[in-house]
Design a protein around this ligand. Sequence first.
Ligand code: 5AD
Length: 356
Amino acid sequence: METRHRELLDSMREGGVAPHGDLRRLIADAAGDADIRERAAGLAREATLAVFGDAVFIRGLIECSNHCRNDCLYCGLRAGNSRLDRYRLDPEEILACCGAGYALGFRTFVLQGGEDGFFTDERLAAIVASIRAAHPDCAVTLSFGERSPEGYARLRRAGADRYLLRHETADAEHYARLHPEGMTLASRIGCLRDLKRLGFQTGAGFMVGSPFQSAATLASDVLLLHALQPEMAGIGPFLPHGDTPFGGCPPGDVDLTLFMLSLVRLVLPHALLPATTALGTAREDGRERGILSGANVVMPNLSPARARSRYALYDGKLHEGPEAAENLSALRDRLAAIGRRVVVDRGDYRGRSENR
Ligand code: 5AD
């Protein structure tokens, strides 16, 4: 490993942030250099343990709808995928998932769905309010894409605590190649700023290995996260879905994904970073490797059986084994084997939040 790379990683552990060119070279070289990646993972692990100790937070993921008005080129839920069997959960089903999750020890419910016109601000707000009433000690996280500032405000007033909206890539040109005309990085970042201003614990994030990505766009991702200071960031490998325009593209590299996770941990030491389902899908021990590279959250699937196989963002998406909420004990065992403890806790952000 070159001295300049070692020094850069050490300075990031101390809270420094690198110029774009230095980060780009570090990322480009890390792809082929296990020493750099291991050094980054070690520092990221140290940073995670210093803030969170051995605790790993769990979130119960409820996939509410696979209808989507958007046509993102990478996603299996894209409107243009006519082969997908579409479904939508009703409020009673969602509430029942939360009840089952509560009994299992979940204290955060993540409601996720495509940009489905059925889930208006009004309907979503009512669902959020009913979950908060039934489980006042739980946090509700929403992930339903881009909405108006008024819509976000209404959801916040209804009791939603957090919102996930990955930025997908911090490079506007790259963003345009992954999305249909009309979707822009500027609009996405505008939504993220609205969410922060409204007091949501806000999650951004990106895929690693998406088509047309480069070390330069990944360096921009790290710098955007540093500038935005989101409370959460989701980072997982791109995985192709056969019924999308990117169906023939190669999957993202798991080692590079883990390295990016480590870099993000260094720039966001207090953030809640999941070891994503995509990571677990790409490699059998992906979740554990994610935790050992700086992640501190896992999001097992709490959706009803009829939803799980249909929420097909990419091919082969895990929804069984330790990925399934009802197998929490298997997840506990696997995390215990790497010295971590699954805790029954809302797992709120505890760092200092700006713009809130
Ligand atoms: N591979 C990996 N991740 C994907 N997502 C969507 N499609 C894919 C794919 N093919 C991710 C996006 C989105 C999140 C819900 O899932 O980053 O924000």
